[in-house]
Design a protein around this ligand. Sequence first.
Ligand code: ZN
Length: 347
Amino acid sequence: MQHLAALSQARGVSGDETEVRDLIIRAIQDHVSDLHVDALGSVTAVKHGTSAQPLRVMLDAHMDEVGFMVMGFENDGLLRFAPVGSIDDRLLPALRVKVGKKAHNGVILWTPIHQNRDQNVKSYKDLRIDIGASSKQAAESMVSIGERITFDSAFVDLGRIVRGKAFDDRVGCALLIDLLQGEAVACDILASFTVQEEIGLRGAKVSARRLRPDCAIALEGTTAHDVPSGTDDPDDLTTPNQGCVLGGGAALTVMDRSMVAHPRLLGFIRETATAHGIPYQLKTVLGGGTNAGAIHLTEAGIPAAVVSVPCRYIHSPAALLHRDDYANTLRLLRAVLNALTSDALTS
Ligand SMILES: [Zn+2]
């Protein structure tokens, strides 16, 4: 959780992952070989396995988070902005943000141009960010077009649950750091901390070609569905949950919009979980994609799967995850990496 707390509070909107990358390199550099930062900014590194002929397993976690970018200035000092990655416009009015390299305190306005209380915000284009600048010139002296904007939110310990921004995918980064800092496993771990996932699975396309693994697992923070929707009857307890729940263990993707999980690799992960008594749940709700979608199409094809920690309210300033899910996902990954062989992928 120490890694997750620090990683969650680091700022790393897609294409500007430096702060996150620096934290990760400091955490892993004494535990890996072949540490490399590629031209796009992704970090790759190897932790050698203990097996005589270790399977080379790529573990990917993306460093970037969704956020915004400064796109222009109004004469009154307000900022125009655009989302980087997918963010629900309903989140925006009155949202607190950190703007630019210097992390200026900003707030997104509600009806910024008119004081029309009936006005509905249909899009971020209706809104502006206020950083307290009194003129265009003053605003331009504080930030530049292209600088990133993050949610302004702290990591909070709620007991069994922790809350914070960017758990998608700093929870994957934290898991991967824990694996690299821990005891060696049978397989080689080809670690890949990637850039620009949220805007099209971009960094992973490059890092997979560099690492050329035997198989790959994307580590993710994924949507937990155990929240009421606007149409649910709160008194109706007969409708089963259609998705993953907090506390239910690692979420194993069956299929999403970017891939179908490799059946033997997914089967092996499920068998390993069962053999060790580690809880897991299958993610069958379609929607979204992960870096596994990019990795599995690399070169002649790479068997790939996705192992995720379920999080409520991802892509918002305050996501929630359960400590037990984190611990059980880490246990499952270690068990898989100690047992996985090429036979498991082909037999
Ligand atoms: Zn993600």
